[in-house]
Write a protein that binds this ligand. Sequence first.
Ligand SMILES: CC(C)(COP(=O)(O)OP(=O)(O)OC[C@H]1O[C@@H](n2cnc3c(N)ncnc32)[C@H](O)[C@@H]1OP(=O)(O)O)[C@@H](O)C(=O)NCCC(=O)NCCS
Length: 207
Amino acid sequence: MPTAAATIRPYRPGDDAALMRVCLETGAAGRDASHLLTEPDLLSHVYLRPYLALAPELASVVAVGDEPPVGYVLGALDTRAFEAATEARVWPALRARYPLDSFPSDSFDALLVHLVHHPIEASDELVAEYPSHLHIDLLPQVQRGGYGRRLIDRLLGQLSERGSTGVHLGTSEANTNAIAFYRHLGFDQWGPSGHGSVTMVRRLPVT
Ligand SMILES: CC(C)(COP(=O)(O)OP(=O)(O)OC[C@H]1O[C@@H](n2cnc3c(N)ncnc32)[C@H](O)[C@@H]1OP(=O)(O)O)[C@@H](O)C(=O)NCCC(=O)NCCS
C-alpha cells in the first residue's frame, strides 16, 4: 500500500469490520493474534467496540481514499465514566454470550472472557492525574510512516479541548516498539510494571 496516500479521518460506522481486523492483527503485543484465538472477535469486544459504541467522536482512522481503514486511535475522555458506561451497556450482553467457562482456562480466549467478567479498573491515583485513556493500532503496512504520531496528536488535542488534564494507556511489557514510540512522544511510565503490562502517562496542556 502506498502509505503516502493514506489520510486520517474521523471514524464512521461502516468502518467496524476493518477496524476489528486491525485489532486482531495487532493484538499480540503489537503482532497478529489471529492464531491465538478460537473466537477472533473477542479482542475487539474488549479493546475496540466499547469505544466505537460509547465514544465514537474520539475515534479516528487512517485509510487510503475510500478503502477500508488500516489503523485507528480510540479514546475515553473520563475513564471512570467510561467504566460505568461499559458496566451498564456493554459487559452484561457479553457476559451472557461468553460465560466464564467458555474456553480452556489457559487460553487467550479465556483471558479475554475473564476481562469481560472482571474488567480492570484504573486506580484512583491514576485517574486523578490522568483521567483519559487511549488505544492505538496500525497494520504493519502503515507503521513507521508518521501516522501513529498524527493519530495521537489529534486525539490528545481533542481530549485537551474537552478539558482533560492527562491521558494514560496500558501496554504489554513485551511490546517494546510501542513503549519506545510512547516514550519518544513524551509519555512516561507510571509506577512499576505489573503482570506483564506497563502503564504509560502524559499530561495535557490546559487550553
Ligand atoms: C506503536 C505504533 C502505534 C506506532 O505508530 P507508527 O505510525 O508506527 O509510529 P510513527 O511513524 O508515527 O512514529 C512517530 C515517532 O515515534 C518514533 N518511533 C516509532 N516507533 C519507534 C520505535 N519502535 N522506537 C523508537 N522510536 C519509534 C518514530 O521514529 C517517530 O519519530 P519522529 O516523529 O520524531 O520522526 C504502531 O507501530 C502500531 O500500531 N504498532 C502495532 C500495534 C501496537 O503495538 N499498538 C500499541 C499497543 S499499546
